[in-house]
Design a protein around this ligand. Sequence first.
Ligand code: ZN
Ligand code: ZN
Length: 488
Amino acid sequence: MAVAQGQCPNCGAPMSFGAGASASQVCKFCRTVVVRTDRDWKNLGKAADLANTPSTLAVGDRGSFKGKTFEVLGRVQLDYGRGPWDEFYVQFNDGQIGWLAEAQGNLYATQKVNDAIALPPPQSLGVDMPVNLGRYGMFKVVERRNARMLTAEGELPYTPSAQRFYADCHGAGGAFATLDYNDGTKPPEIFVGMIVPLGEVKLNPRGGERPGAQKAALTELTCQNCGGKLPAPKPGVERVACRHCNTISDSNTMQVLARQNAARQRPVIPLGAEGNLGGTQYINIGYVERSAVVEGEQFFWQEYLLWSKTAGFRWLMLDEGNWLFVNPISAADVQCNEYQAMWHGRTFQLRNRNDARVEYVLGEFYWKVEVGETVAATDFIAGNDVLSREKTTDEITWSYCTPVAFAQIAHAFGVNPAAMATGFAYNPTPGYAGGDGGGGGAGGGMMTVGIIICVVLCVICIAANSDGSGGGGYSSGRRRQLVRRLRR
Ligand SMILES: [Zn+2]
Ligand SMILES: [Zn+2]
């Protein structure tokens, strides 16, 4: 229901505001930014065109999650230098306003809080820093950035400004908060809410443009470099690396962004393979080769990006012949110092610390992946379980990783156990070229050996790591780290 009605001061089209908290609106006919004051409606000039983004939400949509219903009133497009992303301005059923953003297969839903809480000055905020949000609890900064506001659509709770400094924070039990310092000319605002898997969000789409959803409805994409056909990307996918020619493209425009060399290894789990792990049905949509330099030597490992309609994105990692299932966890639940990390009453000891670099990608990715991107990675271990931290100046992620027997993965994804022969033969010497499918050449004879090695290593792994110091399994030799993906 409209709280104010009038006309666009530029084109005269009827215009109405749906929320009392809305201060401005972009005219849907002429894209003029209109600011509402007590006295009049002002013309602030044209808003820039909207960029194509993979959002499943659109202005005008209604939806619900965890018993809350919302209506999408507006959207802003922001960028910190790696391409635009969307945040959606919403009104909830209790009249409160807030924001929704999609990332990593989740909805980050927050609602404005009006408590008088003193926030640290923006320049003092670093990742992993604790922030006390009073009755909402303790949070930890997981991302802080200065972003440019590119353009907007629909209603907004403020007059659009060029800059926005913000800090996203994790709280206990899936809580999430954004500290919005805007352009520094107004007092900061606090938004508190939760992280909801997209699969738990019910959407009643009424909105206009939804490029991401349109894309998802397509059956396939065409690589603009080689003309090869690629599967339709999953919701939230930002980048596609062509399985035919290795080029990396924007998933919406299919513009070629980068080329890369062939893979060093062949994926053990083929792209597109589907399987059930722990009761959840996943599809393998992405493959990553990463490396770290340890004592002057470069080491490589593989990672697989899984997507599930209900759970969103998860990772499987293959490191020195051992498979780990990677779960994202809240930074607020981890207490750590240089040598130890505590999580849910368990203590994990420092195992390794190094820089992890993306060497090669294939398939679909929910962030703007680039070959060469590097994070500072630290692993803490307790028995066979790993607590992994990945950090840059602006972002931090924590993951809890548990071993999975290859037999279970092979069974779930219908993988020939011989595939692990290449996994185990993984040769860390630079220059190894296994990307042409040559692994299959060793297949026949190696198959039995592969199975035996696999079983033996699983046993060793279980037996050797109970004290955490480990002589076998993945604690042998050099240690890598895991990957979690940065948010945008
Ligand atoms: Zn207009
Ligand atoms: Zn191609």
